[in-house]
Unconditional design. Structure first.
Length: 274
DNA sequence: AACGGAACCTGAAAGC
DNA sequence: TGCTTTCAGGTTCCGT
């Protein structure tokens, strides 16, 4: 699931369940989600009894701040999600981590981290430790910071990789993934293969607007009474071209193409993206 | 330094 | 039907 909109959804789920609560119980089912060599018992020790003071998101990373000064950095990888539950709910399929918090009610609130493919991370930093370097290196987040067109223009001027893989570099814009990059380039009518440095300021402005709009739209789709991730199995594909290779371009009706750029599938319209 | 490709994992869908 | 192959929205490491 996870690009910026899905991670923002996860942030809200965690905030609703955990903010200002004390962590009563921690369970790590699979140590591979942790940093190499870190033992589940150490994570349990660091987190138990602490109070959650903030849940932040930057790009695709989440940061849970504890009153002890410890922090948890959570990344959903390709298939991770945080799900709200009750403490007496059974262990869920693919559950890798669980946090239970005390509430005034009888039942205890619980959040479960599910991740079949195990590309996600759950990294705990002790009170005096520095933040994760990847977190610190993240570029501007389109939702939190907006996109400064001149700054982006200046940054892209130094890159000769195609624009599509450049957009996936999290130090360029934090949170843009394969879908948002694909959709944004389509809306801005830019060929994904163009070297990043060749884009004009005008094109970059169009791209920034398209990405911002695409993210806002995807977040809006997740809201409403029944919160669910977009693109769950069976859900209709809500995107303009992502996943629609071979079908007619929504703009010019010629068939959408699919190529591989820097190892990632890339759908585009060879006729109206230039 | 910059780049392509493999690696990390598992499940679902497509292909045969 | 059932076995095999391919692909997946992310990141990081390794060799050239």
């Amino acid at each position: 699931m996870p690009e910026l909109p899905e991670v923002e959804h996860a942030r809200r789920t965690l905030e609703h369940a955990l903010l200002r609560k004390h962590i009563e119980h921690v369970k790590v089912y699979d140590a591979r989600i942790l940093d190499d060599g870190v033992k589940p018992a150490a994570v349990v020790r660091t987190l138990s009894g602490t109070r959650v003071v903030a849940i932040q998101r930057r790009g695709k990373w989440l940061r849970i701040e504890l009153d002890s000064g410890a922090r948890v950095f959570s990344h959903l990888g390709m298939t991770g999600k945080w799900v709200a539950a009750k403490s007496d709910d059974a262990t869920m399929p693919f559950e890798k981590v669980r946090l239970d918090v005390a509430t005034s009610k009888k039942t205890t609130r619980s959040v479960r981290y599910l991740d079949p493919r195990l590309f996600g991370r759950f990294v705990v930093r002790a009170p005096r430790d520095v933040d994760l370097p990847t977190w610190t290196a993240l570029g501007p987040d389109p939702l939190l910071d907006g996109i400064d067109v001149d700054a982006l223009h200046a940054k892209l001027a130094r890159r000769k990789l195609p624009i599509k893989p450049t957009l996936l570099d999290q130090t360029v814009l934090a949170g843009v993934g394969n879908i948002q990059a694909t959709e944004g380039l389509f809306t801005a009518r830019i060929d994904p293969r163009r070297p990043a440095r060749d884009l004009s300021r005008k094109e970059i402005a169009a791209l920034a607007r398209a990405i911002t709009r695409s993210i806002a739209k995807t977040i809006a789709l997740q809201e409403g009474p029944i919160i669910q991730y977009v693109e769950e199995a069976g859900a209709p594909n809500p995107f303009a071209i992502y996943g629609n290779e071979g079908t007619p371009c929504p703009r010019c009706k010629r068939p959408l193409a699919k190529i591989v750029l820097a190892g990632r599938g890339t759908v585009f319209c060879p006729h109206c993206q230039r």
